[in-house]
Design a protein around this ligand. Structure first.
Ligand SMILES: [Zn+2]
Length: 488
């Protein structure tokens, strides 16, 4: 016995079970024969190890056997593995490198990620057919269960780990950065669309139900597993799929997409000129007027190499209203950024750059955490705002204006049901003009309060004074909110 020549795989198998020497002897030739059969159709060593359910040691031993003709054969002429289509091969570094490069292209500077890989479903069909084929040649092999070698999961896990290794990124299923990769093998196309229509499946009621299934790509994995397990070898043979041969080209990287979490830039802005909107006003897709958001958001979108942005401020002023004082709190949500952070210096540079436009000025720009955003929403509803308005009065009544408005000065009298005006002061400029300074709870519409909005708002300045009034100019003086959160 000891003199018999043995392959490393057989030797390992013997060492694995020294107590059952007899059983191993009968099993040994079939494993070697099966390895040879699988290699004969260009199956890669990794697929052989999975298909024949070899353990770690046996799999390593398998790699030690180098077939004589393989030694001199350059890699590029090597046929592609008919099962994994080259995705699973440890030697297939070009595919891993190409994938890692594409991921780097769309997501630089990430530390963790989750990967969603879509693979050609042909792999499942091929795995089942070749497993059946090699087992038909050797009665000694144990019939596998589908879970024994769920190829798609194995290939997914393997590729994801290798890509992350190469990028130095931690694979984490809870990561906010999600990378989706689609690998296809267009050359194979609809190669496997026949089983449910094959002679051996004619009387199979389950296969009949599948008769109206669309293209192979849309088939479910359980359906593929069922059909290729049930179909007779003769039918596979008739389709030249017993076993399926190596494709001429391997998988193609169809798409690599990254979905990364938003970054938030907070700050305050001043609007020193009228005729500027808060967010772009598009008419038939064209923007006709300068907007606050357009002055700042694109610069950050560019710096973060993002795909889009959202601009959100604590309330908003009309196009003809200026925003003075300490400015209005706002934030920009940078969507799907490739760059995940910017240094304080870079942010300062962007701030200086956007402030070249004198009519809108930004300050305290900084990156904030998503968890801080609630403050701006809360502030919008609860915090007070101070306004200054130049009001035209048709006939200023001969009254003591200060005395008349006194009840409203400290917010003692309720101007509206929701007590929205907190204080009110008026200064007479001349017989037709007064300057109003008023503080309100967010949400009060100042223009309405001044002219009464056709008597719908009562009391209004018009009803208090008993004459027609109109608002000529309006400025926002303060928006009372501590923002950005870290700025005091
Ligand atoms: Zn393979």
């Amino acid at each position: 016995m000891a003199d018999e020549p043995q392959s490393p795989v057989s030797k390992k198998m013997k060492l694995d079970c020294p107590d059952e020497a007899t059983a191993t002897v009968t099993e040994t030739p079939s494993i070697d024969a099966s390895v040879a059969e699988l290699r004969g159709i260009s199956t890669c060593d990794d697929c052989i190890a999975v298909l024949l359910q070899l353990d770690q040691e046996q799999a390593t031993a398998l790699k030690e056997i180098v077939q004589p003709e393989e030694q001199s054969e350059p890699t590029y002429t090597k046929p592609i593995c008919p099962i994994c289509l080259g995705t699973f091969t440890h030697g297939n570094t070009p595919l891993i490198e190409a994938l890692a490069d594409k991921v780097k292209e769309v997501a630089s500077g990430i530390t963790t990620c989750q990967i969603h890989l879509s693979l050609p479903k042909h792999i499942t069909a091929r795995q089942i057919i070749i497993s059946r084929w090699v087992r038909s040649k050797s009665a000694c092999l144990v019939p596998p269960t589908p879970e024994d070698f769920d190829y798609l999961t194995r290939v997914r896990d393997y590729l994801s780990q290798r890509i992350c290794q190469l990028l130095g990124v931690t694979l984490d299923t809870k990561s906010e950065v999600s990378i989706s990769i689609i690998l296809t093998c267009p050359q194979l196309g609809r190669q496997f669309e026949f089983p449910h229509k094959s002679p051996s499946m004619q009387k199979n009621p389950q296969a009949k139900r599948m008769f109206k299934m669309g293209p192979f790509n849309s088939w479910s994995i359980p359906n593929i597993q069922y059909l290729f397990t049930e179909i007779a070898p003769e039918d596979l043979q008739a389709q030249k799929c017993w076993p399926p041969n190596s494709p001429q080209t391997g998988v193609k990287v169809e798409q690599v997409k990254v979905k990364s979490p938003s970054v938030f830039i907070a700050g305050r802005y001043n609007k020193y000129a009228r005729g500027i909107t808060n967010t772009p006003l598009h008419i038939k897709g064209k923007s006709f007027i300068t907007s606050v958001s357009e002055q700042v958001a694109p610069a950050f979108e560019k710096a973060f190499e993002a795909t889009d942005h959202k601009f959100c401020s604590s309330g908003r002023e009309d196009v003809d209203v200026r925003m003075l004082g300490s400015g209005r709190p706002f934030y920009i949500e940078i969507l799907n950024p490739k760059v995940t952070s910017l240094s304080a210096d870079t942010i300062q540079n962007i701030q200086d750059e956007v402030n070249q436009y004198p009519h809108v000025q930004f300050h305290h720009l900084q990156i904030i955490d998503k968890s801080e955003l609630y403050r701006i929403k809360e502030g919008e509803e609860q915090k007070s705002k101070t306004y200054c308005a130049l009001v035209w009065v048709k006939d200023l009544p001969n009254i003591d204006l200060a005395e008349k408005l006194k009840p409203y000065e400290a917010g003692r009298a309720h101007l509206t049901r929701s007590k929205r005006v907190l204080s009110l002061k008026a200064e007479i400029i001349d017989t037709h003009f007064i300057q109003l300074t008023l503080a309100t709870v967010a949400g009060t519409y100042i223009k309405e309060f001044v002219h009464g909005d056709c008597a719908r708002t009562t009391p209004s300045l018009a009803t208090i004074l008993g004459c027609t009034t109109d608002i000529l100019l309006l400025d926002v003086l303060t928006v009372d909110l501590e923002w950005p959160p870290s700025h005091h």
